[in-house]
Design a protein around this ligand. Structure first.
Ligand SMILES: Cc1cc2nc3c(=O)[nH]c(=O)nc-3n(C[C@H](O)[C@H](O)[C@H](O)COP(=O)(O)OP(=O)(O)OC[C@H]3O[C@@H](n4cnc5c(N)ncnc54)[C@H](O)[C@@H]3O)c2cc1C
Length: 446
């Protein structure tokens, strides 16, 4: 039996980051990363293999960071955690012993309990190269594709397939708007207009009741009786944590069914840590259990777990939920709570919006409209949410907003925030939308 100081199960966003962090923090330790797949897709890049990037092979996490950090790699499946002997059962038969273990077993796509989801040509978006290659092969013929779920996965996949120009793509969304779990209505509506203008059909406020056809999907039936023709159905309705190994090892599960961890990412076994999509999360806002599963959260947790293996050094602040997406040349980004979700959670809020061009003067090349919405808790004057749309720069500007939220900056801090500006790169300092949205919100504070 091989023995390691540290073993990590999972080779995606969380596992990779945990391994590199463990190496940085503990240079003398023997570290092994075990993952099921030979080739690991970059999870967030998956939608882009259908259009912009072109194939699953062009969207892979390289092994070089692990090799450079002297982390051993075993491509195999862990079948059992024997906590008593601190050993792992491995599918190929050779058990591995560990002193400390990190579970980064991730998540898999959820399938609704609706008749017909087991038919050929119905595809959840698995993070698996073979599966994605098969999807791409099926998609080769010009066809009618129905995408169930208008969250960011459904929207990105639809937009990328639409770029091929040979398919009719329809999104079916249960809620009144696409992206509604991430953005307030006015941002969703802007995004939907762009999606429709680019040729994707959206049917919102529509419940899918069945997938029709014999062994192959032929159509998608909606609650109102409408039957949509479909040669291929793609499902993007959310993900469930992969907790099988942990459950079988009697590790405690949390309120959302993920692996229970404390703020240090330690599980109910002091020698075992968990991070990423498989680990239980709590919200930065009020501490309630959080269902958010994002690479930003997974990697932050992995940096905590990897550092804490042989002594606690870092703690989680909870999920903020910072995320961005692009539809054509326009980007949409969010950090923290939306106005709608903040109100539903009982916060009394004040919002401020600022909109304008992102260059000065507006005759500079690359000019685009930028809109920023800030959400403050009225009682404390603290920033609790930000939404933006604009050019691709908002994908980075939202990270500034996330830092402001994490450090509980107030409306006054942000109104006086010193933002770097340049005519060719940013909005004018006089109208800088991030700062002026705080000024706008201040008017409502009185
Ligand atoms: C299409 C798509 C687009 C996305 N886009 C974004 C985005 O733009 N931004 C963002 O922040 N997030 C995005 N996400 C979410 C993000 O991808 C996940 O939060 C992230 O992948 C979580 O990483 P993870 O390492 O925890 O889990 P996973 O990526 O699920 O990886 C789990 C790993 O564990 C391994 N494993 C599991 N069980 C075993 C076992 N028994 N033995 C050995 N190995 C095992 C798997 O093989 C895999 O390597 C997207 C997700 C999808 C599906």
């Amino acid at each position: 039996m091989k023995a390691y100081d540290v073993v990590i199960i999972g080779g995606s966003a969380a596992g990779l980051t945990a391994a590199i962090t463990a190496r940085r923090q503990y240079p003398g330790k023997h570290i092994l990363l075990i993952r099921k797949e030979k080739l690991v897709p970059i999870p967030c890049g998956i939608p882009y293999i259908f259009g912009t990037v072109g194939s699953p092979e062009k969207n892979l996490i390289p092994d070089t960071p692990l090799q450079n950090h002297k982390v051993d790699i075993l491509v195999d499946e862990v079948t059992e955690i024997d906590r008593g002997n601190r050993a792992l059962g491995i599918r190929s038969g050779n058990a591995v012993q560990f002193e400390k273990l990190i579970l980064a077993t991730g998540s898999f796509p959820m399938m609704p309990p609706i008749p017909g989801f087991d038919k050929e040509n119905v595809f959840p978006v698995y993070k698996d190269v073979e599966h994605l290659t098969h999807m791409q092969r099926v998609m080769k013929d010009p066809s009618k594709i129905v995408v169930i779920g208008g969250g960011f996965i459904g929207v990105e996949v639809s937009d990328e397939i639409n770029k091929l120009g040979t398919h009719g793509v329809t999104i079916c969304e249960l809620l009144p708007h696409c992206l509604q779990l991430a953005f307030d209505q006015e941002f969703c509506m802007e995004a939907e207009k762009l999606i429709r203008d680019r040729g994707v059909k959206i049917l919102a406020d529509q419940k899918v009741v069945s997938i029709e056809g014999n062994h192959r999907a032929k159509g998608v039936k909606l609650a109102g009786g409408i039957l949509l023709d479909a040669d291929m159905v793609i499902v993007g309705i959310g993900t469930a944590p992969n907790v099988e190994l942990a459950k079988n090892a009697n590790l405690r599960l949390g309120p959302t069914g993920s692996i229970w961890v404390d703020r240090t990412m330690r599980t109910s076994d002091e020698h075992i840590f968990a991070c990423g999509d498989c680990a239980e999360k709590f919200s930065f806002f009020g501490g309630k259990p959080s269902q958010l599963k994002l690479a930003s959260i997974a990697t932050s947790e992995a940096r905590i777990a990897g550092a804490n293996l042989f002594g606690i050094q870092r703690e989680s602040v909870g999920t903020i939920g910072v995320f961005s997406t692009a539809i054509g040349q326009r980007a949409f980004a969010v950090a923290g709570l939306t106005e709608d979700s903040a109100k539903k959670q009982g916060y009394e809020v004040i919002t401020g919006v600022a909109e304008g061009v992102n260059r000065h003067p507006g005759t500079m090349p690359g000019v685009a409209n930028q809109k920023v919405k800030l959400i403050f808790e009225k009682r404390t004057r603290v920033l609790i949410g930000t939404q933006m749309m604009g050019d691709y720069a908002v994908g980075e500007l939202i990270n500034v907003a996330s830092a402001c939220i994490q450090h509980k900056m107030t409306i006054d801090d942000i109104a006086c925030f010193q933002m770097g500006t340049h005519p060719a790169l940013t909005a004018s300092p006089v109208v800088y939308q991030f700062v002026n949205a705080a000024e706008a919100a201040l008017l409502g504070m009185a």
